[in-house]
Design a protein around this ligand. Structure first.
Ligand SMILES: Cc1ncc(C[n+]2csc(CCOP(=O)(O)OP(=O)(O)O)c2C)c(N)n1
Length: 660
């Protein structure tokens, strides 16, 4: 390690501690302890080009221990990503480029949003899966155009989180050799020493997952860390965990090795003492020696060269394989070609069918034209209907396949899907029973927060599940998913509405889309189709200019509402039926459209949905009523449950009549 290396590492430490002190908030312990390992990786082994953070074949880096954000910002500053000293001085302030935890799309060079511990590793697994598949699809002899590593830096907290275990078990099974996790083992978390709660041998656990496990005893030995990373890279058929022993708050005598170093500023005196310890001028603030900037500037040529070499290789590849160049552009383009969604796409056999089946049909129709679908289910593919025909299973023996077996790991599945979108080049979809969306919710939240258009296929959407009983029957899940900002929930009433949900997901989505689908068969209606992309629309109108009442329903309950209309008509009440597959999309329509569908003069409104009532009041108003289920279900045949819980034509008719 050179003197310049040491000075740079100390710059990372001091900049981080100073920014946290200035903000009076943040986590100095990790940057102080992990600066050397991050620097060793970024300066020696990490193939990136700070001048082009979007370079397709860059190595990916995920700071899974997102609370160590100042480490990231110091790196981004010194490596020339455009984060300035002024940005660092604005750490955690309104409108700054340096928020509390790293945020994707907010700070150039941040590959993903992290902070919820464990998810960073799981997203890194997804990135490595994406790399493996794209390499298998695109590389040709002599042209390794997809060939990069995915690194994650994780702490004890990440190692404790279940999602990391799920994801790393999956990564071991998939033999993702280009995935390398650096574990900042300082044996301290917020409440004290890890031994109070975490005593297993993490290395042995990872070995059991099928990983290569390496150790670096001295976490400040840059050569040893870089050597371990090089060794990890050389192991191509196993992911690698590098356990690096460090001290939290390294260099701050009063706090080193203590949990008090974790999540609060060092304090002015301790900061001064830490500066002194590292031979830093105590009276200078946010000081980085010129020597460090010179040293970092010298590295840029090497970073640029990584990309230049790849650009040359890629140009030769495109020349040699022009058809692959066309394919590359298709796979890496974001929106699907609108021409795909033609009449044939919206044509279905005229029979009753479950929307989960329609989804399977649509997915396969699309897969013929959109080759970069990549996804699967958490061990429920036969029930979720997610298998894509004509392609193999993605496995350690065959990375070309589109069908992923995620195993019974809902959370890791969704987090990996986020990683797959973040990598770019593939379109992920994931699936499970709707009730188990609760297991993946924290990753869904990150899909939404980052604006990642992951498709969530969530079948068995209500008490319609039947015999499996209340553990498997979603009640509060619709309201819960709908409450998540920046996501769209679609509960289609028939095959054509299901097709519309996919069209929306592939053309307009700016965040995750949930397809909430039935197990039971539903009719195919006239008048459904692309219209469903408006979120709510008139499916069957009254003969009167102003309807006597409006029935609003989603998914399977559109059927009862539709049939209730005919009965009500006989009784002299002429209602309009509105299909409302997506509240979020309906809310986005113009006021004029919304008024057209739900005229404010019509106060007699009945909403019908086999889920809890939460959220429907905004459409039914003070005078309306909701036919819903605000308690858990029961184990019995679906037909019995619908009857017992009031989702019948008779009950809807009666409920509507009570409004008159
Ligand atoms: C899912 C989740 N749970 C809890 C937290 C709050 N939290 C932030 S850091 C931390 C302790 C992490 O310890 P470690 O990974 O060892 O970091 P270090 O103490 O080394 O900085 C906790 C519990 C979080 N960010 N994410």
């Amino acid at each position: 390690m050179s003197k310049a290396d040491q000075l740079t590492i100390n710059s990372i430490r001091i900049l981080s501690a100073e920014a946290i002190q200035k903000a009076k908030s943040g986590h100095p312990g990790l940057p102080l302890g992990a600066a050397a390992m991050a620097y060793a990786l970024w300066s020696r082994e990490h193939k990136h080009n700070p001048k082009n953070p979007d370079w397709a074949n860059r190595d990916r880096f995920v700071l899974s221990a997102g609370h160590g954000s100042m480490l990231m910002y110091s790196l981004l500053h010194l490596f020339g990503y455009g984060v300035t000293i002024e940005d660092i001085q604005q750490f955690r302030q309104w409108g700054s480029k340096t928020p509390g935890h790293p945020e994707f799309r907010h700070t150039v060079g941040v590959e993903t949003t992290t902070g919820p511990l464990g998810q960073g590793i799981a997203m890194a697994v997804g990135m490595a899966m994406a790399e493996a598949r794209l390499a298998a699809i695109f590389n040709k002899p002599g042209y390794e155009v997809v060939d990069h590593c995915t690194y994650a830096l994780a702490g004890d907290g990440c190692m404790m989180e279940g999602v990391a275990s799920e994801a790393c078990s999956m990564a071991g099974n998939l033999k993702l050799g280009k995935l390398i996790v650096l574990y900042d083992k300082n044996d301290i978390t917020i409440e004290g020493k890890t031994e109070i709660t975490f005593t297993e041998d993490v290395g042995m656990r990872y070995e059991a997952y099928g990983w290569q496990v390496l150790s670096v005893e001295d976490g400040y030995d840059v050569d040893a860390i870089a050597g371990a990373v090089a060794e990890a890279k050389a192991c191509i058929d196993k992911p690698s965990l590098i356990i690096v022993k460090t001290d939290i708050g390294y260099g701050c005598a009063a706090k080193q090795g203590k949990s008090s170093a974790h999540g609060e500023p060092l304090g002015p005196e301790n900061l001064a003492a830490t500066k002194e310890y590292f031979g830093w001028p105590v009276d200078k603030e946010f000081y980085v020696p010129e020597e460090v900037y010179d040293h970092m500037a010298q590295m840029q040529a090497r970073f640029s060269k990584y990309e230049e070499n790849w650009n040359e290789l890629f140009a030769a590849y495109c020349k040699e394989y022009p058809e692959m160049a066309v394919k590359w552009n298709a796979w890496f383009s974001k929106d699907a070609d609108a021409g795909i969604f033609d009449e044939a796409y919206y044509t279905f056999e005229d029979k009753k069918d479950a929307t989960r089946n329609s989804s399977g049909i649509v997915l396969n129709r699309l897969a013929e034209k959109i080759p970069n679908f990549f996804g699967g289910s958490a061990d429920l593919a036969p029930s979720n209907k997610t298998q894509i025909k004509g392609t193999s299973d993605f496995s350690a023996d065959d990375y070309t396949g589109a069908n992923v077996h995620f195993g019974v790991r809902e959370f890791a599945m969704a987090a990996a899907a986020n990683g797959i979108v973040l990598h770019s080049g593939l379109r992920p979809y994931v699936a499970t029973f709707f009730v188990f969306s609760d297991y993946l919710k924290p990753a869904y939240r990150l899909s939404a927060l980052m604006g990642l258009p992951v498709i969530y296929i969530l079948t068995h959407d209500s008490i319609g599940v039947g015999e499996d009983g209340p553990t498997h029957q979603p009640i509060e899940q619709l309201a819960s998913m709908r409450s998540i900002p920046n996501s769209v929930v679609f509960r289609p009433a028939d095959s054509k509405e299901t097709a519309a949900a996919y069209q929306y997901a592939l053309t307009g989505a700016k965040g995750p889309v949930s397809m909430v689908l039935t197990r039971q068969n539903l009719p195919l209606y006239d008048g459904t189709g692309q219209e469903a992309m408006k979120g709510g629309y008139v499916l069957a109108d009254s003969d009167k200019e102003t309807p006597d009442a409006i029935l609003i329903a989603s998914g399977s309950e559109v059927e009862q509402a539709y049939d209730a209309k005919a009965v009500l008509k006989e009784k002299g009440i002429d209602v309009r039926v509105v299909s409302m597959p997506s509240m979020e999309l309906f809310d986005l329509q113009s006021d004029a459209y919304k008024e057209q569908v739900l005229p404010s003069v019509v106060r007699k409104r009945v909403a019908v949905e086999a889920g809890c009532s939460f959220g429907w009041h905004k459409y039914t108003g003070l005078d309306g009523v909701i036919v819903s289920i605000d308690h858990y279900g029961a184990s019995a045949p679906a037909g019995t449950l619908f009857k017992e819980f009031g989702f019948t034509v008779e009950n809807i008719v009666e409920t509507t009549m009570k409004l008159f």
